[in-house]
Design a protein around this ligand. Structure first.
Ligand code: NDP
Length: 452
């Protein structure tokens, strides 16, 4: 299979979720593979995304757990929190994963260059050090990058790249955007004791999720002290002599006072300066690499997977796309990625999770042939903790076929519950199948089979 006309059979640009998976699978099929990574092996998810974020979520949950501990008979003498301890422990775990991913490349005999690579032609790349390399196929898996507003003082703002490295815990945090990153970090900082203000251009949080879940999250987070400013945009950010920041918003006379300003208004494919024009690679309206169903770009020897294609910005999708690419090109298998029924979760506090059609989408598709089942319950843990917060589970069902089209959950551990429910939706099970399943008691998940 190897072609001696080229230095490598496959050259991968970007050692993130998609790139590492594609490299390892292609190498497993006997391809000679190299990967270039300009920062750290692991990519956004491992280095500055899902993994360190989830650890911060775990860390911040202790505030509530320790408060509840007294109800269970525990005496907690003195509750204090030290941000540098959590920050450094998380950074250490990121180092561990970085090493594990590097080992994966080594053990699969994938050569890696820790430097930037740019495309110089359909079968060639140039490393930052000047070395030119040829490859039969090139895979672009460079991910996406936070979008920054073009406003005065934007250099004083941080993104999800820097938030893991803050010197101290900010007393007041202003967050631009009301999507995944905004609400996850709003929850973390709020739980750790910071005052959080979320500023969004519309009055919608978490666009795309079921309206009932979004309303529930808004209610609970407001009750927990998070402030929201809707239909609002940043005008400029000013740094004060004491290091604090003033956030001026369009049409608002009074600025917000902040110690950190986090911009979380979406992520754009990181295609700038990659040399894509040297291979005639077509880009879409958002700077994304346009690919066909087989991840092939407009240049037949160059493929792209993951966030850089701006299809679904989720790690498991990048992994599947990378794996399917390697299967097809090097393994002789016609593996395809199914984009149907992709489960997703927001690790807000409480978290929410979802799969399939939400109520509005189902009604748009099926009109009145939609049945909705809900369970609005107070989790046992919240009752014992004297917290009024309620969970909400919702099933969207096709009234004609009885098929469950969507499952939408908000409440403690919702993502853990949803993953199993997603199997049922993907498999096309009916509401009768849910009803026929015996409840697992006592659990929150049992609500899924008790809705009538
Ligand atoms: P999101 O797309 O989730 O949210 C973007 C937010 O910014 C929205 O509230 C949107 O407002 C607002 N916005 C968008 N463009 C502008 C603009 N030009 N000016 C002002 N506001 C704007 O983006 P995130 O940055 O939070 O996350 C990026 C992606 O990363 C997500 O889409 C997701 O795929 C992925 N991710 C997934 C996670 C998970 O699976 N748990 C966690 C973190 C990230 P409006 O909706 O009102 O238009």
């Amino acid at each position: 299979m190897t072609d001696p006309a080229y230095d490598y059979d496959l050259f991968v640009i970007g050692a993130g979720s998609g790139g590492v998976r594609a490299s390892r699978i292609a190498a497993g099929y006997g391809a000679r593979v190299a990967v270039a990574e300009e920062y750290r092996v692991g990519g956004t998810c491992v280095i500055r995304g899902c993994v360190p974020k989830k650890l911060l979520v775990y860390g911040s949950h202790f505030a509530e757990e320790l408060q509840d501990a007294a109800n269970y008979g525990w005496t907690v003498e003195k509750m204090t929190f030290d941000w540098p301890t959590l920050r450094d422990a998380v950074a250490k775990d990121v180092d561990r994963l970085n090493a594990a991913y590097t080992n994966t490349l080594n053990s699969n005999k994938v050569e890696h260059f820790l430097e930037r690579a740019t495309i110089t032609g359909p079968n060639s790349v140039k490393l930052a050090s000047g070395r030119e390399i040829t490859a039969k196929y090139i895979l672009v898996a460079v991910g996406a990058w936070p979008v920054m507003p073009e406003i005065e003082g934007v250099e004083h703002c941080i993104t999800s790249n820097e938030v893991f490295h803050l010197e101290s815990l900010p007393r007041r945090v202003v967050i631009a955007g009301a999507g995944y990153i905004a609400l996850e970090f709003a929850g973390i900082f709020n739980a750790l004791g910071s005052h959080v203000t979320v500023v969004n251009r519309s009055e919608t949080i978490l666009r795309g999720y079921d309206a009932a879940l979004r309303d529930r999250l808004l209610q609970i987070t407001m009750a927990r002290g998070i402030e929201y400013k809707f239909n609002c945009g940043f005008e400029r950010v000013e740094k004060q002599e004491d290091g604090s920041l003033l956030v001026f918003m369009k049409g608002q006379p009074d600025p917000l006072h902040a110690d950190a300003v986090l911009v979380a208004t979406g992520r754009r494919p990181k295609t700038d300066g990659l040399g894509l024009e040297n291979a005639g690679i077509a880009l879409g309206a958002h700077g994304e690499i346009v690919v066909d169903e087989g991840a092939q770009t407009s240049c037949p020897s160059i493929f792209a997977v993951g966030d850089v294609t701006n299809r679904v910005q989720l790690t498991p999708i990048a992994i599947r796309e990378g794996h399917a690419f390697a299967d097809r090109v090097f393994g002789g298998k016609d593996t395809r990625v199914s984009y149907d029924c992709i489960p997703s979760a927001v690790f807000s506090q409480p978290p929410l999770a979802s799969v399939g059609l939400n109520e509005a989408q189902a009604r748009e598709k099926l009109g009145s042939n939609v049945k909705i089942f809900t369970s609005d319950f107070r989790p046992m843990k919240n009752i014992f903790g004297h917290r009024p917060e309620r969970g909400l589970y919702k099933l969207v069902v096709d009234a004609q076929t009885d098929k469950v089209l969507g499952v939408h959950l908000i409440g403690p551990d919702a993502p853990e519950v949803l993953q199993a429910a997603a199997i049922a939706v993907k498999a096309g099970l009916t509401k009768a199948d849910f009803d026929a399943t015996v409840a697992l008691h006592p659990s929150m998940a049992e609500e899924l089979v008790l809705m009538r």
